[in-house]
Design a protein around this ligand. Structure first.
Ligand code: HEM
Length: 509
């Protein structure tokens, strides 16, 4: 008769053998992809330390393996990619739509919102939300971008004349105000009220998510609840959800009251997924549009709307905040580019710093658009993102990407490839004047294909408005002493030592 110990030992051995054989089978399938040289036991896992190391490590892989590299993380492999052919295959695939496991760290806050959703829910949501980013709706947001940029311009006055100012916090609080007002229709005044619970919870949740990605203990679902951050996360998520939920309740009530007044007229109108009247005449938040949406005649449940609104909040402020901060830094360091951008502003507005910006003005800011594109090339706000295969997928000629592989799109590497962008470290907006012959997969700040960034037009408009206001009010100069940014690849690209410039009042005469 076998003892309990013997049975347990046998089961463990069978488990280990099964795991080992599966791992070997997995490795065989992935053999066609060049491997990053690593430690015989720990693979490449020890190479990932601080977020300031990640870009250097990934760029090293790309050089060693020519744009397609299998990286061994002991319990799984990730494939890091900057090869254009493979990127085209991946980003246009209708089979590899799920995001990698790390996106699950956002689940408590964002649920299955657009960014993190698996393919089935994503297809449904993308169809519902796409019309909310139509030009006719975005046009109504221009005054929201501008009024919040005005608050920032005022706050920056106290920094004028100093040797240096870290503009990152000013800018991200401004973009946080903008995304709250456009997505929920409420002002949170983050710029004026930095201590609010809501603002604090948003910032902390961004930090916690990043920390989890890089901490071996916090990454594991089984150990994470033992950490302080887990308990903080529960508190912050409660604050964030109760805020969004109370806004949803209030907006719903306001819309119902509005509807009962207009019932007769509404009954005669043609039905679209959104009430056309709302988008066409009034300034409405994304939330209102989601409340108006009908799927098979039914409104969307509140929890579903909350997940989508929270996702826009997360994805829509840090990305634009980082891009704007880097753009201001590039303009400060490239005076001839700044002079040309200011000249364009002068052509559009004359010497007037107060005339409200119109949608047509935004379309006329052609050079500023090149400046933003070049900024996002050198400093892509999302430096990499990742998909996960939920089944074996054939690339070509029997080359298989096995189930459970993380496929990392290395945006930073793609955007800084010297074969596509000669002298990639040089800030040269004019290189974007003639990009017709360049592959659409050679420049990926907003990703590409069906899961690309839904907010890219919104982001471009917002960034043009904010930059236009700053450029017409302030001269941007390099900080004293000269500041070198230390890039840190977090959920969003940051600079570990801040983004510092110097400000002077601008005289437009
Ligand atoms: C400079 C600004 C921005 C950049 C560089 C950027 C970049 C990106 C990238 C690279 C992705 C793909 C991420 C992935 O696959 O994991 C993405 C997705 C997304 N972005 Fe943006 N983004 C920006 C601004 C915005 C704004 C302002 C919004 C909302 C108002 C937004 C909403 C979203 C959403 C909802 C997704 C998920 C789309 C989907 O999976 O269907 N983004 N963004």
């Amino acid at each position: 008769m076998l003892s309990v110990v013997e049975v347990v030992t046998a089961l463990v051995l069978v488990g280990v053998a099964y795991w080992w054989l599966s791992w070997k089978r997995y490795e065989r399938k992935l053999k066609w992809i060049p491997k990053a040289p690593g430690h015989p036991i720990f693979g490449n896992v020890l190479e990932f330390g601080k977020s300031t190391d990640t870009l250097r490590v990934f760029s090293g892989y790309m050089k060693q393996c020519n744009g397609l590299c299998a990286v061994d993380l002991m319990v799984k492999k990730m494939v890091v990619i900057s090869d254009l052919k493979f990127l085209e295959f991946l980003l246009t695939s209708t089979k590899i739509l799920d995001k990698s496991r790390e996106y699950g760290f956002l689940h408590r806050w964002l649920g299955d919102g657009l960014l993190t959703a698996k393919a089935a829910r994503w297809r449904k949501s993308r169809k519902i939300i796409t019309p909310a980013f139509h030009f006719s709706i975005l046009g109504k947001f221009v005054s929201i971008y501008e009024s919040n940029a005005d608050v920032m311009i005022k706050l920056l006055e106290k920094e004028v004349g100093k040797d240096s100012v870290d503009i990152y916090t000013y800018v991200t609080l401004c973009t946080l105000d903008i995304i709250c007002e456009t997505s929920m229709g409420v002002k949170i005044n983050a710029q004026m009220n930095r201590q609010s619970d809501y603002v604090f919870a948003v910032k902390e949740m961004c930090r916690i998510t990043v920390d989890r990605g890089f901490s071996p203990i916090k990454q594991l679902d089984i150990l994470y609840p033992l950490t302080k951050d887990f308990h903080k996360e529960l508190r912050y998520v409660k604050t964030l959800h109760s805020h969004t939920e109370s806004v949803i309740r209030a907006r719903k009530l306001a819309l119902q009251n509005n509807h009962s007044e207009n019932d007769m007229q509404a009954a005669e109108k043609p039905k679209n997924i959104y009430e056309e009247e709302l988008g066409a005449k009034k300034k409405v938040a994304f939330l209102d549009l989601l409340l108006q949406a009908r799927v098979d005649g039914q409104p969307l449940p509140d929890w579903y709307i909350r997940e989508e609104v929270d996702t826009l909040m997360f994805e829509g402020h840090d990305t634009t905040g980082a891009a704007l901060s880097f753009a201001l830094c590039c303009l400060a360091e490239n005076q001839e580019v700044q002079a040309r951008a200011v000249e364009e502003q002068r052509t559009i507005f004359g010497k007037d710093t107060n005339r409200p910006i119109t949608f047509d003005d935004i379309q006329a800011m052609k050079y500023l658009e090149l400046v933003i594109k070049e900024t996002l090339r050198i400093y892509p706000s999302v430096p990499f993102h990742a998909r996960n295969t939920d089944m074996d997928v054939e690339y070509k000629d029997g080359q298989i990407i096995p189930k459970g592989t993380s496929l990392v799109v290395y945006v930073y590497g793609v955007n800084n490839n010297p074969e596509v962008f000669p002298n990639p470290e040089k800030f040269n907006p004019m290189r974007f004047e003639n990009m017709e012959k360049t592959s659409p997969f050679a420049y990926l700040p907003f990703s590409a294909g069906p899961r690309n960034c839904i907010g890219q037009k919104f982001a471009m408009h917002e960034m043009k408005v904010v930059l236009s206001k700053v450029l017409r009010n302030y001269e941007l100069l390099p900080a004293i002493p000269k500041h070198e940014v230390q890039l840190a690849a977090e959920t969003v690209l940051k600079s570990a030592n801040g983004i510092k410039i110097r400000l002077k009042y601008r005289n437009l005469n």
